[in-house]
Design a protein around this ligand. Structure first.
Ligand code: DUC
Ligand code: ZN
Ligand code: ZN
Length: 477
């Protein structure tokens, strides 16, 4: 019996990391990267990458899977279908959200969410927390305990009635982040402005999906972003403003950075590839599929986002996958009916397309280096949420979560995707690359044609402290 040096040897890879691109072989043993170099020996299984680009598997640090919602709304993807779709699109780690229900404990939310994920996930996963009811018990006991158990990030909402916190509550939660070294993610939109605008639209009969974008203009995002920055300054804690959509919020973040404040930012594919026109040019319901918050803006704002990705304004590129079907009774048509925009579940599908969209239009479109692509899609999200260098890196000892890229032109069709959603907002777009192989801890879960996952092989990830900032500046963990 010949004995092999590695379980898997990837030969002739063009390895891309957040800092370099270089040619080498990758030796994998027991699910981890054991060696990088040339003439490494043999593998029980060998893949000849023949000069193809190999990147770390994607870390999608903002996606919603099987998140409990008020009926009839229900997310189309659970952990099984959502992680299947992620893997086929080159993502090997996801961090969805365990959301506290007002009046209930955060621990209940975490227990329930583990029940939903157990035995279902094809790839590794962690949980962010959503804090919607910061009682003294939550602030003083539950949150500190959960942070110490590896739930080292949470999301704070400034809008949505069932989730939003007022400024005093936000300060309290940020103070916990500071004391315990967690990362606070902020959904920055001004709830009162949105409600005021929505009522005016309703009073004048402007209730079609396209008016969702007009009820959430950029100034509501700008005001909330500024307020979030001020609150984080008061507490002296880093924050990460999620799903930034355009110039006005970008300007606030740039200003904050100029002041030396520790403000990070995330953006998503919908702000590069969609505009408010995708919510409809007339009153048809078709645009409901693109109703998300903040809404997509316009072409000029897409350029602002591209610039921010390149110049370091953005730290993280996530999908904000929030999957709802249009047909049926539990998605964009509650109880099967076309409803006023206020009642349309917010969110769009994108967990599978995130990596290929950015690789195609960014790297191959000449807008972004490979290093920047890796940094935004894998390395920085792993650092921001306490997973680096286990995830988001091609280094000895890191998990062998890898993507071997196929550079080829094709037209994107929802029929070729693996989520449980009946459409993609990017239908018909010409892409120039797709993952040819996705490896999760050394196992081929996607080979470019077929999915080879196994529900339950994904592990829950107990996460550490964020490592984006020098030691001591993230908080006191
Ligand atoms: N907005 C969110 O804040 N979350 C999920 C989807 C959306 O559109
Ligand atoms: Zn949000
Ligand atoms: Zn979200």
């Amino acid at each position: 019996m010949p004995s092999h040096t590695f379980d898997l040897l990837i030969r002739n890879a063009m390895i891309a990391t957040a800092s370099d691109t270089y040619a080498a072989d990758i030796g994998i043993r027991a699910g981890r990267i054991a060696q990088l170099g040339t003439q490494l020996g043999t593998g029980a299984l060998e893949i000849d990458a023949a000069g193809r680009v190999v990147t770390p598997g994607g870390v999608d640090a903002h996606c919603h899977l099987d998140q409990p919602l008020a009926p009839p709304a229900r997310m189309a993807d659970n952990f099984e279908t959502g992680t299947r779709s992620a893997a086929c699109g080159g993502t090997t780690t996801v961090i969805p959200f365990a959301a506290q229900e007002k009046g209930k404990s955060l621990r209940d939310a975490v227990t329930d969410y583990h029940r939903r994920a157990d035995g279902q996930a094809h790839i590794d996963y962690g949980f962010h927390l959503i804090v919607s009811d910061p009682t003294p018990e939550v602030l003083n006991k539950e949150l500190p305990t959960l942070i110490s158990e590896g739930y080292t990030s949470f999301k704070i909402y400034m809008t949505y009635d069932d989730l939003k916190l007022n400024d005093g509550q936000i300060l309290d939660v940020l103070d916990v982040a500071r004391q315990h070294g967690a990362m606070a993610m902020i959904h920055a939109e001004n709830a009162d402005c949105i409600e005021w605008l929505t009522k005016r639209m309703e009073a004048s009969g402007r209730t079609a999906p396209r008016f969702h974008a007009q009820a959430r203009p950029m100034l509501v995002e700008r005001e909330a972003a500024h307020r979030a920055i001020a609150l984080s300054q008061l507490v002296d804690v880093p924050i990460l403003i999620v799903h930034v959509s355009g110039r006005e919020a970008v300007d606030q973040i740039r200003w904050a950075r100029g002041q030396g404040l520790k403000v990070f930012a995330e953006t998503c594919p919908q702000y590069l590839f969609l505009t408010a026109d995708d919510l409809g040019l007339d009153d048809s319901y078709h645009g409901a599929r693109c109703v998300c918050s903040p809404p997509p803006r316009d072409k000029a704002n897409q350029e602002v986002i591209w610039n921010g990705l390149n110049d370091g304004l953005f730290t993280v590129f996530s999908s904000d996958h929030a999957p709802f079907n249009v047909e049926g009774t539990d998605g964009k048509k509650p109880d099967g009916k076309e409803v006023e925009f206020r009642y349309i579940p917010n969110g769009l599908a994108g967990i599978e397309t995130r990596m290929a969209l950015l690789y195609s239009a960014g790297v191959l479109g000449g807008r972004m280096t490979l290093q920047k692509f890796v940094e935004l899609t894998a390395t920085n999200p792993a650092k921001a949420y306490g997973l680096h260098p286990r995830k988001g890196a091609i280094a000895i000892g890191s998990d062998a979560d890898l993507v071997v890229w196929d550079e080829r032109e094709f037209v994107l069709r929802n029929a070729d995707l693996h989520h449980a959603v009946g459409h993609t907002p990017y239908e018909g777009l010409t892409l120039r690359a797709w993952p040819g192989i996705t490896l999760s801890r050394g196992n081929v879960v996607w080979d470019g044609k077929a999915f080879h996952g196994q529900a339950g092989r994904g592990h829950f990830l107990k996460r550490g402290a964020p490592t984006l900032l020098p030691r001591g500046q993230e908080g006191s963990a």
